[in-house]
Structure formats: structure tokens, C-alpha cells
Unconditional design. Structure first.
Length: 135
């Protein structure tokens, strides 16, 4: 299986498994062309667009608790892979995602590199939650 197909299949798997308020709505997939159609909500949260989202810190923590409950490390928490629908954050781009526990180090790096731009305290909160098996 080539890399592009592997990423496509991984992305598709997680979109189908994670449909919720936290993930962009899956519309369709074209296996032949390896394309996935999602609902478009607007620009990503990069370029300080995250400032438009109320209580974003609380939402990020909630979204990552949802990921934990579904046994996933997203790995790529870049703000360019997040958007919002009237203030509700939505994640997309799951090609790098892995089943826990594989990828913990990369998941933590994702918190430090991208999510800390929203609030430096998010890194510590997310790491503590990631490691708390009772939470």
C-alpha cells in the first residue's frame, strides 16, 4: 500500500469513527481518486482566527477528552487543521492520527508546538489529562 493510500484510508477511518460536534462533518469519499469531502465551515483557526472562538481553551480540552475517549492521538493539532461552526471548534485532517498508546510523544509535541499558541497553559492541562487514566 502506498503512503497516499495509507493516509487516505486512515483519514477516512477516523472521520467515520469520530463524527460528532468536534469533527468536521463527513459528506462522502471517492476511493478511486482517494478524496474525502467534508462540510466547509470557513477559514481555519490559523492566523489568529482562533481569537474569534469563545471559550476556545475549554473547547480544546473538551475535544481532546473526546479524542482520548475514542482512543486516538490526533498527532497534528495544528491550528490550520481546526475550524469552527458558529463558535464550535471542529477538527479535520486525521491522516497522521494513531490508536493510543502509539504516538504519545508526537501528540505532546503537537500540544507544545501548536495548541500552546492559544494559551501556554493548554500544554500542561492536555498532558496531565493525557496521562490521567481516570479522567
Amino acid at each position: 500500500v502506498n503512503k497516499a493510500k495509507k493516509y487516505y484510508e486512515n483519514d477516512l477511518y477516523w472521520y467515520k469513527k469520530l463524527q460528532s460536534k468536534w469533527v468536521s462533518e463527513f459528506i462522502s469519499a471517492d476511493n478511486e481518486n482517494q478524496t474525502i469531502s467534508l462540510r466547509y465551515y470557513g477559514d481555519s483557526l490559523s492566523n489568529n482566527n482562533w481569537k474569534l472562538v469563545p471559550n476556545i481553551e475549554k473547547q480544546i480540552v473538551g475535544m481532546y477528552k473526546f479524542f482520548k475517549k475514542n482512543n486516538i492521538f490526533k498527532i497534528n493539532g495544528s491550528l490550520s487543521n481546526l475550524t469552527h461552526d458558529n463558535g464550535q471548534i471542529k477538527a479535520f485532517d486525521f491522516k497522521w492520527a494513531t490508536q493510543r498508546p502509539k504516538g504519545e510523544e508526537m501528540e505532546i509535541q503537537s500540544y507544545k508546538e501548536w495548541l500552546s499558541k492559544i494559551d501556554e497553559n493548554l500544554t500542561e492541562i492536555l498532558i496531565n489529562d493525557l496521562r490521567n487514566i481516570y479522567h
